[in-house]
Design a protein around this ligand. Structure first.
Ligand code: HEC
Length: 173
């Protein structure tokens, strides 16, 4: 701060005694709230982190289905869904490569009503062949969102190995 500015600020401070000149308590609360929001924002995991969780659960889902462990498959599908919702809450709006804004939920909601619901159906009916087909269809829908979000390089494939070692993928005897 320049000296002249400092003097002006001091003059203003001294010509303004008493509580009237202090910012009203409400605006102090508001700025404290804003600071708190900024602090919390810094703690929220980013969308890519949430997607890593989605990929983790969806990968394990494949192996649960391969082993016809339908209870485990049910669990991993539910986790995939809830983590997809979480990811979409972190950054709800993105831009297409053409610069158009789109709501991620507008892609996720129809997915929930179609491919994810149908995938659930294959688990409920314990149909390994239909499960595989439906899993691949879901992967295509996942990828469609990546393309829309301008990330066509996030290509997805049938996973090569599970994400977790400590869980038994075969059903309990
Ligand atoms: C509604 C849109 C949308 C859907 C649906 C979606 N993704 Fe994503 N995904 C994204 C976006 C956006 C990113 C990039 C996030 C970033 O750059 O911060 C991403 C990133 C990823 C990544 C890279 C994470 C990393 O940092 O290594 C993986 C893996 C991934 N998604 C898997 C999946 C799988 C599996 C599904 C389906 C079960 C899926 N995604 C469905 C939008 C979506």
């Amino acid at each position: 701060m320049k000296l002249s500015h400092l003097l002006l600020a001091l003059a203003a401070a001294f010509s303004c005694p008493g509580a009237q000149c202090a910012p009203p308590a409400e605006s102090q609360d508001l700025s404290a709230l804003k600071a708190e929001i900024e602090r919390l924002k810094g703690m929220v995991p980013d969308q890519s982190h949430a997607m890593k969780d989605v990929a983790y659960h969806f990968t394990n889902l494949w192996f649960a289905g391969q082993q016809e462990n339908w209870q485990l498959a049910e669990f991993y599908l539910a986790e995939t869904r809830s983590h997809l919702r979480w990811a979409v809450r972190i950054i709800p709006i993105r831009k297409t490569p053409q610069g158009q804004e789109f709501k991620l939920a507008d892609l996720l909601e129809p997915m929930e009503k179609t491919v994810l619901k149908d995938l659930q159906g294959t688990i409920a009916s314990k149909d390994p062949k239909a499960f595989r087909t439906q899993y691949e269809l879901t992967l295509n829908s996942c990828y469609a969102c990546h393309v829309t979000a301008g990330k066509p390089f996030l290509r997805l494939q049938i996973p090569l190995q599970p994400e977790v070692q400590i869980i038994h993928f075969d059903p309990a005897p």
